[in-house]
Design a protein around this ligand. Structure first.
Ligand SMILES: NC(=O)c1ccc[n+]([C@@H]2O[C@H](COP(=O)([O-])OP(=O)(O)OC[C@H]3O[C@@H](n4cnc5c(N)ncnc54)[C@H](O)[C@@H]3O)[C@@H](O)[C@H]2O)c1
Length: 223
């Protein structure tokens, strides 16, 4: 516009509510593979920000351990005189490669908490190797978990989000979605597919006020 400068405009800095620490308050967050390194940290952080969290993993024992760790975090225990937090973080046994398991675990949360606000598709396996050494079974398994598993979770969660006209799906991708590394073919291929799944879902679900996004971490180790 003639005569106007960037300085004339008032830009909002920070999240819309002004208090980013309460953005997750009472949101229902469903994290797959939450028994692992990254998923457990996501679940823990969401709980500290007031979310109700589903710690879902094929390994129920590690999921239970994560719930225990979160619930004994001093920051969460403080100010919880009535012990209400124990109801806010739960573990669920889930195999994302199994359609029935996905459907049942989503339905169980729906029964308990009535909705799911945020899905974190995070469960994955790291199948690596050179092309001639990867078996057909390896390819099936890695695609079933790393790609089809994300799609099945979205399949059962999206109708809930469409109904409430809001939601967010976070697909854990990787820097391996974007770059080639030696002998990373199977894992990298699945992670590349996740970026494209994310684009397509974002396009289809945007009109329903459902955001779909990917995160591409570099190498992360549990400390
Ligand atoms: N660690 C890294 O360096 C790194 C880097 C980039 C991206 N990522 C991505 O982050 C995500 C988490 O990685 P991580 O390092 O925490 O892995 P991790 O191996 O520590 O955790 C993965 C979890 O997924 C669970 N899981 C495996 N198969 C499952 C299934 N069929 N159903 C349900 N749960 C299942 C495992 O039991 C495990 O608890 C993955 O999507 C991975 O591709 C990791």
């Amino acid at each position: 516009m003639e005569g106007s400068t960037v300085q004339d405009k008032k830009f909002e800095v920070g999240p819309p509510s002004g208090n980013w620490q309460s953005l997750l308050l009472n949101k229902i967050v469903f994290v797959t593979g939450a028994g692992g390194a990254i998923g457990s940290s996501i679940a823990h952080t969401c709980a500290l920000h007031g979310a109700k969290v589903v710690v879902a993993d094929v390994n129920k024992q590690t999921a239970d351990e994560v719930v225990k760790t979160i619930l004994t975090d001093k920051a969460l225990v403080q100010g919880d005189a009535n012990n209400e937090n124990t109801e806010r973080v739960i573990s669920v046994e889930l195999d994302v490669a199994d359609d029935t398991s996905v459907k049942n675990s989503v339905n169980a949360i729906l029964t308990k908490w009535k909705t799911i606000d945020i899905l974190v598709n995070n469960a994955a396996i790291f199948t690596l190797g050179e092309i001639e050494n990867i078996s057909a079974e390896d390819w099936t398994k890695v695609f079933n978990i790393n790609v089809r598993g994300y799609a099945l979770m979205a399949k059962y969660v999206v109708p809930i989000m469409k109904k409430q006209k809001s939601g967010c799906i976070i697909n854990m991708a990787s820097h391996s979605s974007l770059i080639a590394q030696p002998a990373f073919v199977p894992y990298s291929t699945t992670k590349g597919a996740i970026l494209q799944m994310t684009r397509n879902l974002a396009l289809d679900l945007g009109p329903f006020n459902i955001r779909v996004l990917s995160i591409c971490p570099g190498t992360i180790c549990k400390i």
